[in-house]
Design a protein around this ligand. Structure first.
Ligand SMILES: C[S@@+](CC[C@H](N)C(=O)[O-])C[C@H]1O[C@@H](n2cnc3c(N)ncnc32)[C@H](O)[C@@H]1O
Length: 362
């Protein structure tokens, strides 16, 4: 099996400012052009990393929109996670498949595990001692990483139902000393600087209204030498003559956002620019859209079984709304608008002269 379009992008040397950027610094200019201000969590025309960095875009309505989005996400996962677990199990992410393979329903759970393994392989992770699972769902990745590497894992989610369930499964599986879960915001993580040698975000980045702050927090909690992994939904990269998506593309994404509680989307290239702005090393990306293609048809088929359909009706309006936009995900992938992206990099080790400089030796 080969990765599609694995692209080493950039290697850069350590810049001391990145280590000490700690909390998000609103005075740093975003490397991504801010195309429009962010006044509602429903998506706009293009891929702006909107409220990202410019102080001028930080307004009270932004905060209100952000709060409204967070509440929507929390309620969406509070409501839908039980149904998802009963049909699909503990992993709330796509499966990884060989392109064009035909898959039976029982293969999908294995494909979700394979997604984790392929992700680790792509990022070159062979060991981890302390991992953070940013947007942890019901903790499937954390428990897997704890078992595979013996790593201690801390998971955060916006959904109290998910955090509680994640903890309960961990206790039932005898993993309470290894993993823990809490309700916390990925944009303001309850962790110290440099705590983790593996920073893991599996399909949560698409929910983040401020991609710049999201990336800043991932970098902040990463230890020197740590691997940072973002697996996420992106829109296609814009062409050289484009400064926005086509109107039909915006419209399609808008409908998906409404169903899944997503803010504006960005492209893989936008993420790369953000990582470059932190002087991260070994930045690599791949488009795994072909590898996840069988997933959404399978989810829709599961919703159309009697059990799936009746459970869906019972779980509530937010879950039903999400189910109704699932065919649009397939349309977005088929039309090359939506990309399933993996983006990985490494936080540089501190250079000796920099360490001495910080200690006041030089
Ligand atoms: C599609 S689920 C993925 C779950 C998990 N990573 C997995 O692979 O099973 C998205 C997760 O992102 C979380 N999330 C979204 N926005 C978040 C935020 N601002 N802070 C923390 N978690 C967030 C949701 O609560 C949910 O747990």
């Amino acid at each position: 099996m080969s990765f599609t379009a694995a692209t080493p992008i950039h290697t850069s040397s350590y810049a001391p400012s990145s280590l000490h950027s700690n909390r998000f610094d609103p005075t740093i200019q975003s490397p991504i052009p801010l195309r429009r201000s962010f006044s509602s969590f429903t998506p706009r025309r293009t891929s702006p990393l909107l409220a990202a960095a410019a102080t001028t875009t930080k307004t009270v309505p932004d905060q209100m929109d952000s709060d409204r989005l967070q509440k929507g996400i929390a309620e969406f996962y509070d409501e839908s996670s039980g149904l998802w677990e009963s049909v699909w199990g503990e992993h709330m992410h796509h499966g990884f498949y060989d392109p064009d393979s035909s898959v039976s329903l029982s293969d999908h759970r294995a494909a979700q595990i394979r997604m984790i393994d392929e992700t680790l392989r792509f990022a070159g992770v062979e060991a981890a001692m302390a991992a953070v699972d940013v947007g942890c769902g019901i903790g499937g990745s954390s428990r897997y990483l704890a078992r595979k590497f013996g790593a201690k894992c801390r998971g955060i989610t916006l959904s109290p139902v998910q955090a509680k369930r994640a903890q309960a499964i961990a206790a039932a599986e005898g993993l309470s000393d290894k993993v823990s879960f809490e309700v916390a915001d990925a944009l303001n993580q309850p962790f110290s600087d440099g705590e983790f040698d593996l920073v893991w975000s599996m399909e949560s980045g698409e929910h983040m209204p401020d991609k710049s702050k999201f990336v800043s927090e991932l970098v902040r909690v990463a230890a020197p030498g740590a691997t940072i992994i973002i697996v996420t939904w992106c829109h296609r990269d814009l062409g050289p003559s484009e400064d926005s998506l086509q109107p039909w593309e915006d419209k399609l994404l808008q409908k998906i956002c409404d169903g899944f509680y997503l803010p504006a989307w960005c492209s893989t290239a936008d993420y790369v620019k953000l990582l470059e702005s932190h002087n991260l090393q070994d930045i690599k990306t791949a488009d795994w859209s072909q590898n996840v293609a069988p997933f959404w048809p399978a989810v829709i088929r599961s919703a159309l079984t009697w059990k799936g359909f009746t459970s869906l009706l019972r779980s509530g309006w937010k879950t039903i709304k999400g189910a109704l936009v699932m065919p649009l995900m397939i349309e977005g992938f088929n039309k090359d608008l939506i990309k399933f992206a993996i983006i990985t990099c490494r936080k540089p080790h501190m250079k000796l002269h920099t360490a001495k400089y910080q200690k006041g030796v030089l």
